[in-house]
Every structure is written in C-alpha cells, then in structure tokens.
Design a binder for this molecule. Structure first.
Ligand code: HEM
Length: 142
C-alpha cells in the first residue's frame, strides 16, 4: 500500500536527520569547556534524541513491519536483499542505542571520548543509508 510506503519514508528521513546530527552535536559538545555551553548541548541532544530521532525510528519500523505483514513478506520472503536489509536495520538500532549511551554520559558530565572519536562515529549512518536504500530500491540478489 503506497500510503504505508510514503509514511515509512517520511519517518525514515526524520530518523536519519537525527542519526546524522546527534553525533555532530557530540563533536561540538566534546570540544566545549564552559558550563553554560555544555548545558545548552545537553538540552539540544535530549530534545533531538527523544523528540525527533526515537519517534522517527519507531514509526519507520512500525510502517516497515506493517508493509511486511500487509503484502511484502509473502512477495519477498525468499529475497536475500530483504534479509540483508533487516540485518542492517538491527545493527542500526544498536547504533541508535549506543547514541543514547553517549548522550547519558554527556548528561552526567562523564564523557570520555574526544571530538575526533565522534567525527568518525558520525560517518557510520552514511554507510547504512546508502546500502539500505540500494537494497530496498534496486533489490539486488533476488
Ligand atoms: C524494521 C525496519 C524496516 C522494515 C520491516 C522495512 C520494510 C520495508 C518494506 C516491506 C518495503 C516495501 C518494499 C516494496 O514494496 O518494494 C520498504 C520500502 C522501503 N524501505 Fe524499508 N523497512 C525498514 C526500515 C527501513 C530503513 C531504516 C530504511 C532506510 C535507511 C528503509 C528504506 C526503504 C526504502 C527507500 C523503501 C522504498 C523502496 C522502493 O519502493 O523502491 N527501510 N521497506
């Protein structure tokens, strides 16, 4: 059903906006030395994670699973692309939860990672975005 696919894609973009921006906030937060600046980053990180990213993730998964149960599992259950896509999504959810771990460390002023660490972390969602979109649209390995 095309409405489900449209909603799936809208919330996927919302989720990825956060997956790209939150580690960027961690980069600047890790470079911040003043208390006021750090407190401001904490508010931005909390609002992004709980107000945008997590609802985006949940609704992407809800509409994806809805499409699977509606028609897609019957059509694609033997297609390798779908199984690879679902495995990558499981890893992406773990990445999302790791972001929560780093967010909570910043909240308690216990971050131990450098801004360089978060710069590298920031690249991980790029890989997921490219590979998952290629799998879902090109559907290689039928
Ligand atoms: C539990 C998570 C997910 C499930 C169960 C799921 C499942 C699905 C299903 C069943 C379709 C319809 C396929 C079709 O009819 O051709 C679809 C479409 C799509 N999904 Fe997902 N998806 C999930 C997460 C994601 C994520 C995280 C992304 C992006 C990174 C994504 C990107 C897409 C795209 C781009 C399409 C449109 C493909 C097309 O019509 O050409 N999905 N998804």
């Amino acid at each position: 059903m095309l409405w489900l696919k449209a909603l799936h894609l809208i919330f996927m973009v919302t989720w990825f906006a956060g997956l790209f921006y939150l580690p960027r906030l961690f980069v600047y937060h890790a470079m911040t030395e003043d208390k006021a600046g750090s407190e401001r980053f904490k508010i931005m990180e909390r609002k992004l994670y709980f107000g945008i990213m997590t609802p985006g993730m949940v609704l992407t998964l809800v509409f994806g699973l809805w499409m699977l149960s509606d028609y897609a599992w019957e059509v694609y259950k033997t297609s390798a692309w779908l199984h690879i896509k679902l495995s990558l999504i499981a890893l992406l959810v773990i990445y999302h939860l790791l972001c929560l771990k780093w967010l909570l460390a910043f909240k308690r002023d216990e971050n131990t990672h450098s801004h360089v660490f978060y710069r590298w972390i920031n690249e991980i969602p790029v890989f997921f975005l490219i590979v998952i979109i290629l799998l879902a649209t090109v559907k290689p390995f039928q």
